[in-house]
Design a protein around this ligand. Structure first.
Ligand code: NAP
Length: 244
């Protein structure tokens, strides 16, 4: 479901639809106008919750300002919540007993695993504490036996903390925020950011050109975490269909 005219959301939803088509997942799009009421959104979610042939419901965020995002997320059947934003799924992630993992942090874990990087015992630093990236990312790293530190805008001596990281995950939302002097030589750097630079070009939270000289491994933007997020959404949806 997509509500309103956010151009970035349009691109994300189109990419998700394309991925569904590529791997043979049936999808329906509900593209609703900006002025759609909360009742109308909740009514559609209720219908999708009841539909036997729908295993996953994704509401693209952000929603227009007059809509209560929390109420919308809470209305999705947790068994169809393939984004893993519902409080039931968030709680399950906390205790380490979950079916759905939030797609972006799950994509980061998959990238680390597929690159043959062992997380156990490592110092991992996550910059950002949002509910959709930073916090679940920290929990997934913790479940993989890392020693995890979460940083945010009130963190003192940020550079001192990030320099300790064997694995540094940046989810700040500020273009090229992480500079080479914030990164330990030989660290693994994962860039979750999707930002625009001074010329309006897509870039990440990490200054790639600088940091690539210090890091042992680094993800690019675009082409790093972004496509993994979509892949993990597909994985959650297939899982949802198989466990119903
Ligand atoms: P968010 O909700 O805005 O959270 C940003 C976090 O960064 C907050 O916790 C904030 O701290 C912290 N922060 C801000 N300025 C800081 C500073 N100067 N020093 C240290 N920490 C600071 O963003 P988000 O939704 O987590 O997204 C983060 C980035 O990832 C964005 O670029 C977004 O576009 C991107 N993203 C990408 C994908 C993908 O599929 N690749 C998916 C989701 C998001 P406070 O909590 O103290 O404010």
């Amino acid at each position: 479901m997509i509500v309103g005219n956010n151009s970035a959301s349009r691109v994300y939803v189109d990419n998700k639809k394309k991925a569904c088509a590529e791997i043979g997942i049936y999808s329906e799009e509900y593209a609703l106008p900006e002025e759609t009421t909360q009742e109308e959104i909740l009514k559609i979610i209720d219908e999708l919750n009841k539909k036997e042939d729908i295993n996953g419901i994704l509401v693209q965020l952000p929603l227009p300002k007059h809509i209560d995002e929390k109420a919308v997320i809470n209305a999705i059947d947790p068994k169809k919540d393939v984004d893993a934003f519902h409080p039931v799924n968030v709680g399950k992630i906390m205790i380490g007993d979950f079916d759905f993992v939030p797609c972006t942090p799950a994509g980061v874990m998959e990238l680390i695993k597929e690159s043959g990087i062992d997380v156990q015992g490592k110092e991992c630093v996550v910059i950002g504490r949002s509910n959709i990236v930073g916090k679940p990312q920290a929990m997934l790293l913790l479940h993989s036996n890392a020693t995890v530190t979460i940083c945010h805008s009130k963190t003192r001596d940020l550079k001192e903390v990030t320099k300790r990281a064997d694995i540094l995950v940046a989810a700040v939302g500020i273009a090229k925020f992480v500079k080479a002097d914030m990164v330990k030589e030989g660290a693994v750097v994962i860039d979750v950011g999707m930002d625009r630079d001074e010329n309006g070009k897509l870039c990440g939270d990490v200054d790639f050109e600088e940091v690539k000289n210090v890091a042992a491994a680094i993800t690019p933007v675009p082409g790093g975490v972004g496509p993994m997020t979509i892949a993990m959404l597909m994985k959650n949806t297939v899982k949802s269909a198989s466990i119903k």
